[in-house]
Design a protein around this ligand. Structure first.
Ligand code: SAH
Length: 212
């Protein structure tokens, strides 16, 4: 629809002020965010804010999504793990920018609707799994990049070990309702930890994170 395209172009233009990685912006310019938000809020799909997606979860703010994706420094040949499929919007962006995306979600209805939308858009390089009580998806480790889209109390060791040497993990960590965004690069000796700014995410639930 013409209106969505105009609104999408407007949002991308706005993001250009802060996001320098052209591949991230180009991917976001191709993906119809309106398909990932509930019908009643589709008119808000291109506002730069989070939106409720049911089950007390939210689709993240486009700016934060762009910032986190940029920080992963994807070149196109990576195997990426995403924790918290939610709407599937971030999953689509990762699929555009890497080789394979393994995404885990703990709410079955969200995993199902994300899978449906991603199938309808023709993505073939995404696997969605139901989360177990341990974090991540060790079966397919190591990953070149890990994107965590829910807030953890600390940076979980259980996730760090699923990262390849040289791999990057972007994760919000800190108190339950307001966190700091971190990029952790796994190195042979000591990992590199960088702060990317403040953020607010719903809680990461599971062993090594928050209790439900
Ligand atoms: N990237 C998503 C964000 C959804 S909110 C989007 O933009 O739409 C975070 C999601 O993480 C929620 O759907 C929540 O159910 C999920 N989640 C929380 N803890 C999890 C865990 N341990 N494993 C997998 N998913 C988890």
């Amino acid at each position: 629809m013409k209106d969505y395209e105009t609104a999408r172009a407007g949002l991308i233009k706005q993001l250009e002020a802060e996001i320098k990685e052209k591949r991230v912006l180009a991917a976001m310019a191709r993906i119809p965010r309106e398909k990932f938000v509930p019908k009643e809020s589709s008119h808000l799909a291109y506002e730069d804010g989070p939106l409720p997606i049911g089950w007390e979860q939210t689709i993240s703010q486009p700016y934060i999504i762009a910032l986190m994706t940029e920080a992963l420094e994807l070149k196109g040949d990576e195997k990426v793990l995403e924790i918290g499929t939610g709407s599937g919007y971030q999953t689509a962006i990762l699929a555009e920018l890497s080789k394979t995306v393994i995404s885990v979600e703990r709410v079955p209805a969200l995993a199902e609707s994300a899978q449906r939308v991603l199938n309808s858009l023709g993505y073939k390089n995404i696997e969605i799994h139901m989360a177990k009580d341990t974090l991540g998806w060790p079966e397919m480790a190591p990953y070149d990049a890990i994107m965590v889209t829910a807030g953890a109390p600390d940076i979980p060791d259980d996730l760090l070990v699923q990262l390849a040497i040289g791999g990057r993990m972007v994760i919000p960590a800190g108190p339950r309702h307001v966190q700091e965004l971190y990029r952790v690069t796994r190195l042979k000796d000591q990992n590199r930890v960088e702060k990317l700014g403040g953020c607010r995410f719903v809680a990461l639930i599971g062993k090594g994170a928050w209790e439900n």
